[in-house]
Design a protein around this ligand. Structure first.
Ligand code: SF4
Length: 125
């Protein structure tokens, strides 16, 4: 694999590991041992591919960018309360079966609760 692709991959991993905090472009290139020119080119490329979001930030009196992953990888917490995980019908459940996720009230209720949480994260009614 060419060095640039390798750096892109490492940069993406580093950005992913910073979660919601993101990482300053300058800090990242230092960690990856890349030049700022090379770093800027790669961050632009990652942005064009739709993988990262760049936000302008004043840091130490100079304008730079903070990089965020556009889509965070799914975490186990996102499905920890899914009813399927502890469902006694799981072995017999399937799309073509008589017990089916397409007809399951427990699953539908859980998905609706996710939508509700997404629309009202503070839990106020
Ligand atoms: S879809 Fe419903 S029935 Fe099927 S495993 Fe999940 S909770 Fe159980």
């Amino acid at each position: 694999m060419p060095r640039r692709n390798d750096l892109e991959y490492k940069a993406l991993q580093l950005i992913a590991n910073t979660g919601n905090q993101g990482v300053l472009q300058s800090e990242m290139w230092r960690k990856l041992d890349a030049s700022s020119r090379e770093g800027s080119r790669i961050s632009l490329k990652l942005e064009k591919k739709g993988l990262v979001r760049r936000e302008r930030e004043l840091f130490g009196g100079r304008w730079t960018y903070r990089l965020y992953l556009k889509r965070q990888p799914a975490s186990i917490n996102s499905i920890i309360d899914c009813p399927c995980l502890m469902c006694p019908d799981d072995p017999r459940c399937g799309v073509w079966s008589t017990i089916s996720p397409t007809q399951c009230e427990k699953l539908t209720e859980w998905m609706l609760s996710l939508v509700q949480r997404e629309m009202n994260p503070s839990g106020e009614s």
